[in-house]
Design a protein around this ligand. Structure first.
Ligand code: OAD
Length: 233
């Protein structure tokens, strides 16, 4: 089983989704801020947004949805979670097999590419905005995959391998951002039974074999009560 997660799984923890209600920060959409062009033209604004999101993540805890998925990865070595989320709630819940397609909100990188290895900084708020590179003292950026940038080839390969599964479930994602959204079609083409758990209908609803409409934090515990893994991890 492979589970693809999006911002909706962290909604119950208190982290706003990108496209849902309350998803706009001031009047900006994620597509207006999470791009190299936006950062180039206004790094202070983009950093302000990330600093706000970092503070949200720091103050939130994994919810029962993250906990159920973590338990499943512990119960079967054939259960993998692929996430688009840059929060670390799957990690904090103890997820055993996790592929993080868009990176981590706690990682920073040098904007000018001075050769510094990306580093971890968990200060929230950050003491200095915009953040700077410890090596060259130039501008630092969030080490997150932005719109128009390539995902790590290793992560994409691992996610594609995880599409060779019996059941593929998309949880809390609007399924509009590629390549993550394409994993559902890939799993389906490879013969997986596909399902979606979402509070609303999405781009994927008409594509999946089963659509479970409701909140992840309600439906995942209900599934958990009924799931038995035969291949123990
Ligand atoms: P979106 O904000 O696009 O979608 C969140 C989805 O979660 C919506 O379809 C909601 O209906 C659903 N939802 C909300 N609350 C829920 C709940 N309690 N249970 C289940 N579903 C719920 O977020 P993503 O699909 O994750 O990229 O967005 C994909 C990417 O676009 C993100 O990774 C981010 C963003 O820009 C980057 O930052 C690079």
């Amino acid at each position: 089983m492979t589970v693809l997660t999006g911002a909706g799984i962290s909604a119950a923890s208190g982290i706003p989704t990108f496209r849902g209600e309350g998803g706009l920060w001031r009047h900006f959409r994620a597509e207006d801020l999470a791009t190299p062009e936006a950062f180039q033209s206004n790094p202070a604004l983009v950093w302000e947004w990330y600093d706000w999101r970092r503070q949200k993540v720091a103050s939130c805890q994994p919810n029962v949805g993250h906990v159920v998925l973590a338990r499943w990865t512990g119960q079967s070595d054939r259960c993998t979670v692929v996430t688009q989320n840059v929060d670390d709630l799957h990690v904090r819940a103890g997820t055993a097999r996790l592929i993080r397609l868009h990176g981590s909100i706690w990682e920073l990188a040098c904007w000018s590419g001075c050769g510094a290895t990306p580093w971890r900084d968990e200060h929230a708020p950050l003491p200095e905005l915009p953040a700077t590179c410890p090596r060259c003292r130039g501008l630092a950026r969030p080490a997150i995959v932005w719109f128009g940038e390539s995902l790590s080839a290793d992560d994409v390969s691992a996610a594609r391998r995880a599409c060779a599964c019996d059941v593929f479930i998309a949880v809390g994602t609007s399924a509009v951002v590629y390549p993550a959204a394409g994993l559902l079609q890939e799993a389906s083409s490879a013969g997986a039974f596909t399902a979606e758990i979402n509070t609303e209908t999405t781009a994927a609803t008409s594509e999946v074999d089963a659509s479970l409409q409701g909140a992840a934090e309600v439906i995942l515990p209900q599934l958990d009560e009924r799931v038995t893994f035969r291949h123990q991890g």
